[in-house]
Design a protein around this ligand. Structure first.
Ligand code: AR6
Length: 179
């Protein structure tokens, strides 16, 4: 029997989470940036960047494609691993929601491969990549509900401010209502 992970919403800073995995909203270079990415590298320290550089020197020589995910050490963070994923830049001309769902699905697949019990996600693509929060929240919750999560018993969405938290709470309630 596979049990679905519990979805938990918290308002806070993802770099402060004590989950086994924290997910980074990275870019395909894997070499850092602003937003969540900058905060994770700052608090995780050089071990995270070193691990990313090693990935770039090996299998990910061309970078990590949008919608995919890869794990590294979490360095000085409380988490055991960082799973880096690359969200799509929002577009009004093209539907990229499948790529955004893939970020959540692939991150959970990697977390389960590691045997992680708890995973913290930021609202991927809803910052610098411009995704509207309500749509980003709906896609995130649906993707997590539908994913094969293996060992993962808790998925924690870490929302940076109250409007983001409220938007996720509404999307979660609506998703539960529609089954
Ligand atoms: N904890 C939790 N959520 C946060 C934090 C934090 N410490 N900091 C920001 N957020 P973003 P993206 C929220 O821009 O849109 C980077 O330069 C933020 O309010 O971090 O996927 C990468 O290198 C927003 O709701 O990620 C890429 O180039 C959400 O996290 C690019 O940004 C995601 O915002 C990725 O852009």
């Amino acid at each position: 029997m596979t049990t679905r992970p519990e979805i938990v919403l918290v308002r806070g800073d993802i770099t402060r989470q004590d989950t086994d995995v924290i997910v980074n909203a990275a870019n395909s270079s894997l070499l850092g940036g602003g937003g969540v990415d900058g905060a994770i590298h700052r608090r995780g320290g050089p071990a995270v960047l070193d691990a990313c550089r090693t990935l770039r020197a090996g299998h990910y020589g061309r970078g990590l494609p949008t919608g995919q995910a890869v794990a590294t050490t979490a360095g000085n963070l409380a988490a055991r691993w960082v799973v880096h994923t690359v969200g799509p830049v929002h577009s009004t001309r093209e539907d990229r929601s499948g790529l955004l769902a893939s970020c959540y699905r692939e991150s959970l697949r990697i977390a389960a491969e590691l045997g992680a019990g708890t995973v913290a996600f930021p609202a991927i693509s809803t910052g610098i990549y411009g995704w509207p929060m309500d749509d980003g929240a709906r896609i995130a919750i649906r993707a997590v509900r539908e994913a094969a999560a293996g060992s993962v018993r808790e998925v924690r969405f870490v929302l940076f401010d109250q409007p983001a938290y409220d938007t996720f709470a509404k999307a979660l309630a609506e998703d539960e209502a529609t089954g």
